[in-house]
Design a protein around this ligand. Structure first.
Ligand code: ADP
Ligand code: 5GP
Length: 200
């Protein structure tokens, strides 16, 4: 699929993927804070309800199933997927906006989104974030206190499948085990400086 992004910018986007609770948001917020002029987050659309503190248009574009299905049918999305009972997706507009600003776009997507992005001309770097174990993942998701027991179960069930895809050789350019946060961040920064920021 042609995303229209390649025609605007030659900066390769960065895709962050990993089970819910693995630390993607935490790590990417650090990147955005340290390199505000270099990176920007693609704001996804979702049908899930905002968590306390989440701002529409900043963390997500919060929408409903019907509007999102219609926009997907109209070809407005690069990828979209169902996750834990909700729809999530990356609009062409959100990625194009960042390309026009001359910044590197960061996408935070689950594995089905990654599979779809691989069929487009976006050509990003792929980084998989994981925890040392699924037990640690569960502990972090519980400590975050954002999920109901049902939503937590769904996310942990999906995490098994995501880990399998993430650990398969060739699927990602880099796998980072987010054990000690500062160390994981250093590893990500190292990857960014050697690869993503190299062509700057
Ligand atoms: P994701 O965006 O992948 O769902 P988050 O960034 O929200 O994950 O992280 C899940 C929870 O784990 C958050 O409460 C976050 O503060 C915490 N967390 C992230 N990294 C670490 C770490 N290395 N050690 C301990 N807690 C962490
Ligand atoms: P959360 O509800 O915790 O914000 O996100 C749940 C999952 O949806 C995470 O794994 C996150 O990476 C994924 N996600 C967020 N935005 C998108 C998107 O635009 N597309 C896809 N495919 N997944 C997304």
């Amino acid at each position: 699929m042609a995303t229209e992004v390649a025609a605007i910018s030659n900066l390769r986007p960065l895709v962050l993927c990993g089970p819910s609770g693995s630390g993607k948001s935490t790590l990417l917020q650090r990147v955005l804070k340290e390199y505000p002029n270099k990176f920007s987050l693609s704001v996804s659309h979702t049908t899930r309800k905002p968590r306390p503190g989440e701002v529409d248009g900043q963390h997500y574009h919060f929408t409903d199933f019907e509007s999102m299905r219609k926009a997907i049918e109209e070809g407005k999305f690069i990828e979209s997927a169902q996750f834990s009972g909700n729809l999530y997706g990356t609009s062409k507009e959100s990625v194009k906006k960042i390309a026009l600003e001359g910044k590197t776009c960061i996408l935070d997507v689950e594995v089905n989104g990654v599979r779809q992005i691989k069929k487009t001309d976006l050509n990003p770097w792929y980084v998989f974030i994981r925890t040392p174990s699924l037990a640690v993942l569960e502990g972090r998701l519980r400590a975050r206190k954002t999920e109901t027991e049902e939503s937590l179960r769904k996310r942990l069930d999906t995490a098994h499948v995501e880990m399998e895809y993430g650990m398969q050789p060739g699927n990602f350019d880099k796998i980072i085990v987010n054990d000690v946060l500062d160390e994981a961040y250093e590893e990500l920064k190292q990857f960014l400086s050697v690869n993503v920021l190299k062509s700057d």
